[in-house]
Design a protein around this ligand. Structure first.
Ligand code: SAM
Length: 219
């Protein structure tokens, strides 16, 4: 946990909760050890959606569809969501959840590896949520940027991996070293991209918000 636990517990105690169906999907996911976005990220997304009102959303990393359904539910305007997932066991569960919520038309799940799927997409998106394998964010980035409309917002989750990303390579498990090295590289590259304005925030497990700049001030 990168923020003091007492503070997180207090902030989360102020959260007004989600719809009963979302609560049910979240509880079921947790029971089955399926990762879903933390409460702080849920609140953050709701606020950003209220502000941005995006009509086209792209998510990398569906799991069982919790965050896609949350974004659809709490976006104040009607929207189309495209979400990508490569874990075969989770795909039918996510599809069933979208069906149960009556959101099959609004949410399209594209099965497959995001590295390949992203290259097949053409539409520009207004809001993009990166929440897949942390070691692959850097591979996804060029295609993700190409899919961002002017003023689009890209949110990348879990950038600090419980604070381990900051640790010396000798202080973390060998299997995590590559992932952390790649995440540090991702953050460096992302923050240096001239076409983006990026901020790293210590909220939830750490996140970046990158906004695609428009060309010229007067446009
Ligand atoms: N956004 C989901 C939510 O909060 O409900 C949680 C997503 S979970 C943290 C990450 C998901 O990304 C996993 O289900 C994993 O199988 C998927 N994933 C990882 N690497 C991927 C890739 N290269 N292409 C597509 N999906 C990937």
């Amino acid at each position: 946990m990168i923020v003091e636990e007492r503070l997180v517990t207090y902030i989360n105690s102020l959260d007004s909760g989600n719809t009963p169906l979302l609560e049910e999907i979240e509880a079921e996911a947790k029971k089955n050890y399926v990762p879903v976005i933390r409460k702080e990220m849920q609140s953050f997304l709701k606020s950003m959606l209220a502000l941005k009102r995006p009509e086209r959303i792209l998510e990398v990393g569906t799991a069982v569809g919790f965050s896609a359904l949350l974004m659809e539910e709490y976006n104040p305007v009607p929207c189309r969501i495209t979400t990508i997932e490569n874990y075969e066991k989770r795909i039918p569960i996510a599809q069933e959840n979208f069906k149960h919520a009556g959101k099959e038309k609004e949410i399209t799940l594209i099965p497959g590896d995001a590295t390949e799927v992203l290259k097949t997409l053409e539409d520009p998106y207004d809001f993009l949520f990166m929440d897949a394998a942390k070691g692959q964010y850097l591979n996804f980035l060029p295609d993700v940027i190409a899919l961002m409309a002017d003023d689009a917002m890209l949110v990348s989750d879990n950038i600090f991996h419980d604070g381990d990303v900051l640790e010396s390579r000798y202080a973390v498990l060998r299997r995590d070293r590559t992932i952390h090295g790649r995440m540090r590289e991702y953050l460096q590259v992302l923050c240096e991209k001239e076409e983006l304005e990026t901020i790293c925030l210590p909220i939830a497990d750490g996140m970046t918000i990158s906004t695609k700049k428009r060309n010229g001030k007067g446009e």
